[in-house]
Every structure is written in structure tokens, then in C-alpha cells.
Design a protein around this ligand. Structure first.
Ligand code: BTN
Length: 257
């Protein structure tokens, strides 16, 4: 697999045919790598998803990519926006591919085409808190039978043909770079940089009735009404008079517009 275009957009670019998990590798190497270092694999034997789940796809069928972001002078609290920023960059990239249906975010960082998942993001803080590794899996070539769940899709299913991995990655890195630069220039202020506005505009979760499965397996059902200055989902629980902020958890969309 070759990445002539995508590799130009990274400070440091590595491709490996196979590894356990690009996230694990990049977290391990983080101290010796610069900001905006990229690691891509052709296959992952131990790919990891959110909430301890696995992330599996046949060799060469999808993009397995991790990006190390080491913003200077940004508190770990501001870094909570980076996975949302990455999901937004992926949905912007996919929307440049002449899809018939729009790609949009499901909070916190899945990318869906209508109701079907095409990409997921797993972010991990590096041990000295100097940065975050943003791992993304983007389904490119899979047929329906090769996808792990029924409500998943791939670019091949959506477009009738699979674009080159290099093209998809270059589009993603271009949008990631633009959004990241603007966020860092504004010292991690998601409102002033316009990031919060763009995420809210691109997030199909807002306005829906949802079930939030919170850490500890507590469940809350209500309406997703907004995203706050820290990137948390604002929920109005059924029967409640005031809203609550959800920082982490799994969200199930119960009703679609
Ligand atoms: C999810 O939706 O659960 C997140 C999936 C993230 C998968 C990517 S693939 C590249 C990177 N390496 C990993 O082990 N996981 C992420």
C-alpha cells in the first residue's frame, strides 16, 4: 500500500503491513515523535475499539490509522475536544467523495452515513499527558458480509467502488490539519475557533431521543439538546426539569429525524 499524497501531510509518516494496534504502537513511541506523526497499518491483529471492544477488519479492507497530536500549552481538559475534532475531520473528508448520502457525527466520535457506521475513533492520552493518539478505522472496501454489525457500511457499498486508501487518508489528514491548527491558534477555545459550532452542525445525535449508557452501566434516557464548551453532550432526561452533561459513554439513537 502506498501513500504518496497522505505522507506529505504528516510531520512523520510510517506504514506497516501488519501490527497489533496502531494506537498501542504510537502511544509507546510518543515521547520520540513530533506533533502530527501518523502511523498506518495494512492489518491489525489486535485492533481496539471504544469501551474495551475489538476493532476487526480483513487485511487491506479498511484504513487503520493513528495520529499523534502534541499541542503545546493545551491543558488535558481542552484535549477532550480532539476526538470530536477528528470525527468531524473524517466526516468532512467523506463528504468530499461524492456520496449520495451525507456523512455525519454520532456523539462522541462515530461517523455514520445516515444510520450506518462507517468509521470509529478511539483516542488515548499519552502517559506524560503531552498529547493524544487519535486512532481511526474507516471502512473502505468491505462488502456487507465482511462488516461486524448489520448497521455498518463501507465506502464501496456507498459509492459502488472503493477509493484508494491514500486518497481517503489524504482528505482526512487535510481536514484534521486545518481544524487542529485553528483550534491550537485559538488556545483550545472550541467556541472561538468555531469547532463547537461545526461539531453541533454536523452531529446527528442532537435533537434525538437517546439512551446514554454511562460508565458503571447506568442508563439515562432523554433528549440530546446540545454540546457544551467542553465537548460534553447535554441531555434532558425524561421527566427531568434540568439538563445533565455526559462526558463519556455509549449513546444509542432511539428516534431518527
Ligand atoms: C470504535 O468505534 O470503537 C473505535 C474504533 C477505533 C479503531 C481504530 S483502527 C486504528 C486504531 N488502532 C486501534 O487499535 N484502534 C484504532
Amino acid at each position: 500500500m502506498e501513500f504518496p499524497n497522505a505522507s506529505k501531510l504528516a510531520k512523520h509518516f510510517q506504514f506497516v503491513e501488519e501490527t497489533g494496534s496502531t494506537n498501542t504502537d504510537l502511544v509507546d513511541q510518543a515521547a520520540n515523535l513530533p506533533d502530527f506523526s501518523v502511523l498506518v497499518a495494512g492489518f491489525q491483529s489486535g485492533g481496539r475499539g471504544r469501551s474495551g471492544r475489538q476493532w476487526e477488519a480483513p487485511a487491506g479492507s479498511s484504513l487503520f490509522v493513528s495520529v499523534l497530536l502534541k499541542p503545546k500549552d493545551l491543558s488535558p481538559a481542552k484535549m477532550s475536544w480532539l476526538p470530536l475534532l477528528a470525527g468531524l475531520a473524517i466526516s468532512k473528508a467523506l463528504n468530499e467523495l461524492q456520496l449520495e448520502k451525507r456523512a455525519s457525527l454520532k456523539w462522541p466520535n462515530d461517523v455514520l452515513i445516515e444510520q450506518n457506521k462507517i468509521s470509529g475513533v478511539l483516542s488515548e492520552l499519552v502517559s506524560d499527558l503531552s498529547g493524544v493518539v487519535i486512532g481511526a478505522g474507516i471502512n473502505i472496501k468491505q462488502k456487507q458480509a465482511e462488516l461486524p454489525i448489520e448497521n455498518a457500511t463501507s465506502l464501496k457499498i456507498e459509492l459502488g467502488r472503493a477509493p484508494r486508501h491514500d486518497k481517503v487518508l489524504a482528505l482526512y489528514l487535510k481536514h484534521l490539519r486545518d481544524l487542529y491548527d485553528s483550534f491550537v491558534i485559538h488556545r483550545g477555545d472550541a467556541v472561538l475557533s468555531g469547532l463547537r459550532y461545526q461539531v453541533m452542525n454536523n452531529c446527528q445525535t442532537l435533537g434525538l431521543r437517546v439512551k446514554a449508557i454511562l460508565p458503571g452501566n447506568k442508563e439515562v434516557i432523554g433528549e440530546a439538546v446540545g454540546i457544551d464548551d467542553s465537548g460534553r453532550l447535554i441531555l434532558l432526561p425524561d421527566g427531568a426539569k434540568s439538563v445533565m452533561a455526559v462526558a463519556a459513554g455509549d449513546i444509542v439513537h432511539l428516534r431518527h429525524n
